[in-house]
Design a protein around this ligand. Structure first.
Ligand code: ADP
Ligand code: MG
Length: 359
């Protein structure tokens, strides 16, 4: 069973940045206004995500790393109706991480008198003293009393919010672990995913640093009004100033149930490679068809020749039932209904704007 879980975990978490993304999304789902990420050796030795969100009650710790345990899935109807505004409805992320790494969680809720720390292994909460551990009970059982939790959770000081520490990623999957020969490259991937979320959530103060470093490699102040301001905080005023807005409201009369917002550059010399940040329903995703169409547009307009590149940030809102995110678990490639027409709508809107600029 454990090996099966380990293989399944490897599917969900191909590399450290996948885990960072899941943890970051959890912090944002918890309505945090500050989230900080720290990593050692590209997240392989350690990654720690600290937030000031709603926190986790002591009696909920036992479910945290259980497969398919989620506090977010409400009803099947909500899923179908697209009311679920997060993709965090699978309850698989923390479970997966706990099968391939050492996980410890410190958390305090608004109602809690103090914070509690628990440690997880292979999906289960570890007793503090491995010798005598009372039964925690299954999902159907009532919440265990304080006396039982005492054997699993250590009270500590701490403010409201959650800190999740993941150590020795893939310690029990040597082949996978050895595949990562360049921790620096993994850290760059982590910075990339944190940047995406920092742009998309300008109201949240997000930082990312190497463990022990005093200076963050990425930092947004939070309380910003717009993604453009977050881009300014990350990439500088010059990049932010040169961006066009795209804003396609949802057409209530037509059958294309999409709203598009975002920012895009003309020719941009700040970046060596095209930057393409795509969010669908507030989750960073990949859409090869949309990416290809945007790249082709820039190439056709000769905007990405001569060392120039592009910066594109797009945020799509679609009915949840129109989006299929399970095509590939790690990269989160998405397919969505009316994909061709939506891609065409976005690209032609961008083309109009870029062509007027060109002439
Ligand atoms: P999902 O996000 O799909 O629900 P996860 O495995 O990512 O599944 O997380 C499991 C549960 O743990 C969440 O549903 C949530 O209740 C809780 N949780 C995880 N991280 C946090 C956090 N940073 N703050 C508050 N609750 C959290
Ligand atoms: Mg999650």
């Amino acid at each position: 069973e454990t090996v099966v879980n380990r293989i399944a975990a490897g599917e969900v978490l191909a590399r450290p940045s996948n885990a960072v993304k899941e943890l970051l999304e959890n912090s944002l789902d918890a309505r945090s206004t500050t989230v900080s990420v720290a990593c050692a050796q590209g997240g392989l030795k350690m990654m720690q995500i600290t937030d000031n969100g709603c926190g986790i009650a002591p009696e909920d710790f036992r479910f945290l790393c259980r497969r398919f345990a989620t506090s977010k899935l409400k009803t099947y109807d909500q899923l179908q109706g697209g009311e679920v505004d997060t993709f965090g409805f699978r309850g698989e992320a923390l479970a997966s991480v706990s099968h391939v790494a050492h996980v410890s969680v410190t958390s305090r809720t608004a109602a809690g008198a103090c914070a509690f720390r628990g440690t997880f292994r292979d999906g289960a909460l570890l007793p503090i003293d491995a010798g005598i551990a009372p039964d925690l009970g299954g999902p159907e059982d009532p919440a265990p009393g304080e006396d039982v939790l005492q054997a699993y959770l250590t009270p500590t000081s701490g403010t409201q919010g959650t800190a999740i520490t993941v150590e020795d990623l893939f310690y029990n999957v040597p082949a996978r672990r050895q595949a990562f020969t360049n921790p620096r490259a993994e850290y760059v991937r982590i910075l990339d995913i944190v940047s995406r979320y920092a742009v998309h959530y300008p109201g949240v103060a997000i930082t990312c640093r190497q463990h022990g470093a005093s200076r963050a490699d990425l930092s947004t102040p939070g309380r910003l009004a717009s993604p453009r301001q977050a881009i300014q905080a990350i990439y500088g005023a010059e990049v932010a100033r040169n961006l066009h807005d795209i804003d396609i409201p949802r057409d209530t009369t037509g059958d294309l149930k999409v709203a598009v917002r975002g920012l895009f550059s003309a020719a941009e010399s700040r970046f060596r490679n095209p930057v393409f940040f795509l969010f669908i329903n507030n989750r960073a995703v990949s859409s090869p068809s949309l990416k290809r169409a945007v790249d082709t547009l820039y190439a056709n307009l000769m905007l990405t020749a001569g060392g120039k590149s592009s910066f594109v940030y797009l945020s799509l809102t679609l009915p949840g039932a129109h989006v299929d995110v399970n095509v590939h678990p790690t990269k989160r490639f998405v397919n969505f209904l009316e994909e061709d027409r939506i891609v065409e709508l976005i690209v032609s809107t961008m083309a109009d704007r870029l062509q007027t600029e060109n002439t």
